[in-house]
Design a protein. Sequence first.
Length: 256
Amino acid sequence: MAVWAVGDVQGCLEPLDALLDGIGFEPGRDRLWFCGDLVNRGPDSAGVLTRVRGFEDAAVVVLGNHDLHWLAQQAHEQDPEVRAHAEWLRRRPLAHFDRDLNCLLVHAGVLPGWDLEQVLARAAEVESVLRDAHYRDFLADMYGDVPNSWQDELAGTGRLRMIVNAFTRMRMVDARGRLDFSYKGPPGGQPPYLAPWFARAGRLPAGCRVVFGHWSALGCFVTDRHIALDSGCVWGGSLSAVRLDGPPQCVSVPCG
């Protein structure tokens, strides 16, 4: 069995199929981890959802900001196929941890100051709301850049929005761990008071590797603690996968 993590697909079905052929994926044997943003900007979001749902337990999917935006757009859609996709998607987690692999899968990153227990607990708060019958109310209120720092006493919509932004939109943080959404380029070009979240997140278990996407300016890279997977497929870059159960290697296919 092989376990592969796949970057932001964003509705690009043909590159996804090409990538899965390239890594020799077999649903009955292997597993896929998708780091979020299955849908939205690309040409065939419905096709991607159909393909990934068809893998059943062979696929682990965490939610990205574009997945949540798509859910908000489809909140009152009556088409049976779209409703089925939405019902499946809103039950995906925000974070997934595998103790055997010692890997944590999220879309954007891990907020500095959160340990693994807090990561999973904060993710569960939003997951519970998304799986509730009144999830549309949350989707209507989730947009916004504030609050931009975590406080344990946060409550209500502000607390949920902060959690969502940390898991699905974060790139840069300041020295106090506050989110900053103004810079989207590669590390090195940001204002001096900002740093990538992964330069300041250090409370996870020893050896735990964070697998994430969202930041296309990073491309695909692998370190001892991080695997970045968004290589900009929807922008004409490539779609990438990294094997998690052995020596990591980045495999990419071009996207038109």
